[in-house]
Design a protein around this ligand. Sequence first.
Ligand SMILES: [Zn+2]
Length: 84
Amino acid sequence: MELDGNALGGDLSSVFAADVTGAVFVCAGCQHSGVVASLRVWVPAPGLVGRCPNCTDVVLRLVRTPTRAFLTLTGASRLELPLD
Ligand SMILES: [Zn+2]
């Protein structure tokens, strides 16, 4: 059975309502893993850029506008979020 992306809505909304700072990332560049809170973030910048503490590659980017948020996770090969 094939469904459209609306089938993801319930589970994704519970995931993104979680505190992501405790989530474990795996860096796509060096395979280092750690909690999101351990990423290195330099400010000020146009948006937030989280870099791997091991190799300094960009793991995630978050840019907010008044009406939207743009999250890029191309530098993370995996993100593990704890569920209650
Ligand atoms: Zn890395």
